[in-house]
Design a protein around this ligand. Structure first.
Ligand SMILES: O=C1C[C@@](O)(C(=O)O)C[C@@H](O)[C@@H]1O
Length: 179
């Protein structure tokens, strides 16, 4: 009998999230993206999962990463030419994507289509409470398709998403709501 494989999660951060820790700290706090990613990896390991990370300021690079993660080969992958400071090796196909699309949340039909196109369930994360800010941040092109949405918890939202995500992968939608 083959042992069950560990669930794999891909954590994607969009534009300007590379500036976490120094960017508008009154809104986004003082924790860096490197710390967020490192803690998410450690947390996933402690829960028996694996996690890889990706950040880009470029919409197309994020779409390529979503496609390659799901085993597709984009025609001209921007990931070969675009600087991708926190790109891990593509790793195994993720069973779940955790994504903070940054400002692309409010504009990108293309990221919505990419996520739906690969059919990988996703959790949407926002560090800030997007509903308590400018009106344009209240609309998301992803939320109605997300398995869950986390916002306003600061960087703790990533921790919540990883723990929820592993439970969701292990137990399906019944994994929701456990204390
Ligand atoms: O870049 C970001 C970060 C954000 O996604 C958040 O994490 O709170 C919220 C977005 O409105 C904003 O454009």
């Amino acid at each position: 009998m083959t042992p069950p494989t560990s669930p794999h999660i891909l954590l994607i951060n969009g534009p300007n999230l590379n500036l976490l820790g120094t960017r508008e700290p009154d809104i986004y706090g003082h924790t860096t993206l490197a710390d967020v990613e490192s803690l998410a990896r450690t947390q996933a390991t402690s829960l028996g999962a694996t996690l890889s990370t990706f950040q880009s300021n470029h919409e197309g690079a994020i779409i390529d990463r979503i496609q390659t993660a799901a085993g597709h080969t984009p025609p001209n992958p921007t990931t070969t030419t675009t600087p991708t400071p926190t790109l891990d090796s593509p790793g195994p196909k993720p069973s779940l994507i955790i994504i903070n699309p940054g400002a692309l949340t409010h504009t990108s039909v293309a990221i919505r289509d990419a996520l739906l196109g690969v059919g990988v369930p996703f959790v949407e994360v926002h560090v800030s409470n997007v509903h308590g800010r400018e009106g344009f941040r209240r609309h998301s092109y992803l939320s109605d398709k997300a398995v869950a949405v986390v916002c306003g918890m600061g960087v703790f939202g990533y921790r919540a998403a990883v723990e929820f995500g592993v439970g969701f992968l292990r137990e399906g939608r019944g994994g929701r709501g456990k204390l």
